[in-house]
Design a protein around this ligand. Sequence first.
Ligand SMILES: Cc1ncc(COP(=O)(O)O)c(C=O)c1O
Length: 400
Amino acid sequence: MTKNSLKTGPDELGYYGAGTSAMGGMAVGETLMPALHELNQGFEQAIKDKEFLDEFAYYCKHYIGRPSPLYFAENLTKELGGARILFKQEHLNHTGSHKITNSLFQVLLAKRMGKKSLICESGAGQHYSATAAVAAKFGMPLIGVMGEVDIARVNQNIIKAKHYGAKLKAVSGTLKEAITDAIKTWTTNPDFAYICGSVVSAHPFPKIVAFAQSIIGREIREQSLEQEGKLPDMIVGCVGGGSNFAGAIYDFLDEPSISKIGVEASETAALSNGTPGIMQGMKTYMLQTDDGAKSLGGMSLGAGITYFSVGPLHSYLKDQQAVTYSSATDQEMLEAYKIIARTEGICSALEPMAAAAEVIFRQAKDKPKDYTICLSLCGRGEKDLDTIQEHIGKDFERTI
Ligand SMILES: Cc1ncc(COP(=O)(O)O)c(C=O)c1O
């Protein structure tokens, strides 16, 4: 890795970039510092341990079902009449999203570090059900913290996590409040490992989650070369905290010829509409009041992308102009859902439909036919069926 590589960061204090514009860090109280340093040390040791990495690779393959397929969406490509569209099918992983790869990595790490109990937060419940599955597999108790608003809309993941033996703690609000509460519990319980669900929070979590999810991009590289004879020209993914997209692009960060577009929900588009600030342990773009005292932001239909902030790696990549960030509305996400369901027979989660909307409505049509766009399809739609029925159910009523 060279010094000028976009993959060099973060530094030992967790900063991506240098000087006043650096993003990330460890903006936490002194009670949490020892736990973060212990975790960083545990991580750095683990990734030099071949046996540990082999164990991770074994369960990625045999438990999760990796590599997830890279699939040529032929019907969608024909319908749009432009670029060749490939789906990175992370929704086919065990538990239905990209989240389980990160859960697996962090639970194995917690086990290696001798931790006895697990705590996690979740927005869409995907990270909760994924961590609950892995916790059951490795016999560790788990508490999941979720906001009441989210609990009401992604019920299936919560039922599944219950079946896997996990306990749920409800807090008022959404993902932001859940993260705050999970970290508080972790701070007061040294036997707990906090299994962070995205490339967010204080160092070393963004580094750890990006490391675990970077398998997505390495698979894209190998599969695209094998199946298409070349690398994709563009990679597009949705961004809540930003873990699926970070994973998809990480391996390509030093290849500027590959365009990269991250898509947030328009109601919580921290990178498009926010300003740098410090909350939840990190310096990053966020939606906040002018004095930085309070977070802002509305609600998106995509529970997992309803987050007022974003991982610091993405803030750094935005400032470096290495990656483009845009946003999609609920209406666009629902339209993209309908098009993908109709053309490809895939019931996607709503979060990746933000990225699909960018591809369908803004990117694919005017590109030449040999231009390939890789879309991170990072979750399956079962958790969102009630929401989808409520908003566009009538569009699917067909009687003979
Ligand atoms: C299906 C799905 N996609 C995307 C996300 C957003 O997370 P991230 O931005 O970390 O990939 C979530 C979060 O819960 C999710 O469940």
